[in-house]
Design a protein around this ligand. Structure first.
Ligand SMILES: *Cc1c(COP(=O)(O)O)cnc(C)c1O
Length: 354
């Protein structure tokens, strides 16, 4: 990549790194010293700025607060055993951000602003990238509308920003999930495939009801019949059935996860058959009961793989068997983690070195 993009950098006077306890990081609560901020005005992106992380002030009439033109991404960077900064498949996140932008009637972010802005930010805050086993730097790119206007229409001005959070190992105790048969996450023609803020706002209440009933997460089902499983909370949902990897096909109701894509590729490379197809609740619950469904897990950037212990449906709990040491979900986790952290050679071209 040619570093031709101009970025105005205002460095922090004194780093806050000494105030953070890297042995007890809480996910998403600590923020590195700097943030990237780029304004969109008069139909063009302005010069990117890197500033000390901190509050920004806005009019109460800022449009994104009212009409929800707000989108985000989530990805991770790691320190390799030799101290290099590695980012996992960032171009996938850049492309997906722009798909979300088009759907929400927002401007697309040019590749150089995303990639070079990200690289410069990580370089400046490289001391914040944890090197400890299981730790990483969570990266949050996002964009929101900034016009001061109370009319429902696309904003004319936007901000694209990136900040980062050092995060500790994600504890992956197998989760209990409940099949949701009343509320929906996404419908055909809707915005389920985009990472827009409102999708997450809408998921909180049904998730709270499931948590109150003793579950950790929801399994979303299709909006028209509640017959087919779609996603697990904010993760893609995957199964091993009769030795095959089964997951819902991407479409306008499924978020096209980078982890999902990577798990599918690794499964194929392991010589496993992959079926991207609809899976009914009937097939799932009967399959768990009969033992045909061997593994169930969520796939997403935060946990990478979140094994599922129990699927609750209509008041009945269906328990998955304990995972053997050679379970697919364990092997695929290790393979992806080894690539991300530079412990094994990246033969698939997934890692960007900074
Ligand atoms: C972000 C997200 C995922 C996972 O995507 P990754 O790119 O793997 O992190 C899955 N489902 C939903 C609804 C999401 O928001």
């Amino acid at each position: 990549m040619t570093e031709t993009l101009q970025i105005d950098i205002h460095q922090i006077e004194k780093s806050r790194i000494d105030t953070v306890d890297f042995d007890n990081l809480i996910f998403g609560r600590s923020f590195a010293d700097h943030m990237l901020m780029v304004d969109y005005e008069d139909g063009a992106w302005k010069t990117p700025q890197i500033l000390p992380f901190g509050p920004i002030s806005y009019s109460p009439a800022m449009m994104s607060l009212h009409y929800g033109q707000a989108i985000f991404e989530g990805m991770k960077a790691y320190k390799s055993p030799t101290g290099e900064i590695l980012v996992f498949r960032p171009e996938e996140n850049w492309k997906r951000l722009n798909k979300s932008a088009v759907r929400m009637c927002m401007p697309e972010v040019p590749e150089d602003i995303f990639m070079e802005g990200l690289s410069e930010l990580l370089r400046l805050d490289s001391a914040w990238i944890p090197a400890k086993e299981g730790s990483s730097m969570y990266i949050r790119p996002f964009m929101f509308s900034t016009d001061e206007y109370v009319g429902v229409s696309p904003s004319k001005t936007y901000k694209f920003m990136i900040f980062t959070c050092p995060v500790g190992a994600y504890y992956t105790k197998p989760i209990r999930v409940r099949v949701e048969t009343k509320y929906i996450r996404a419908a055909h023609g809707g915005v389920g495939f985009s990472k827009n803020a409102g999708n997450y706002g809408g998921s909180l209440y049904p998730t709270k009801l499931a948590v109150d009933a003793g579950y950790d997460q929801i399994i979303w089902t299709d909006a028209s019949e509640h017959q087919y499983v779609e996603e697990a909370g904010t993760m893609n949902l995957m199964f091993v059935i009769d030795g095959k990897l089964v997951t819902a096909p991407t479409g306008d109701t499924i978020l096209d996860g980078v982890t999902r894509k990577s798990v599918i590729q690794v499964a194929k490379d392991f010589g496993m058959e992959v079926e991207e197809r609809q899976l009914s609740i009937k097939e799932l619950t009967e399959g768990i009961a009969s033992g045909k469904v061997q593994e169930a897990f969520g796939a997403g950037t935060a946990a990478v793989i979140a094994p599922i212990a129990t699927v609750g449906y209509n008041g009945v709990d269906y328990d998955l068997p304990e995972r053997p040491a050679d379970a697919f979900s364990k092997r695929v986790y290790t393979e992806i983690d080894n690539i991300k952290t530079g412990k094994i050679e990246d033969t698939r071209g997934w890692v960007m070195k900074i």
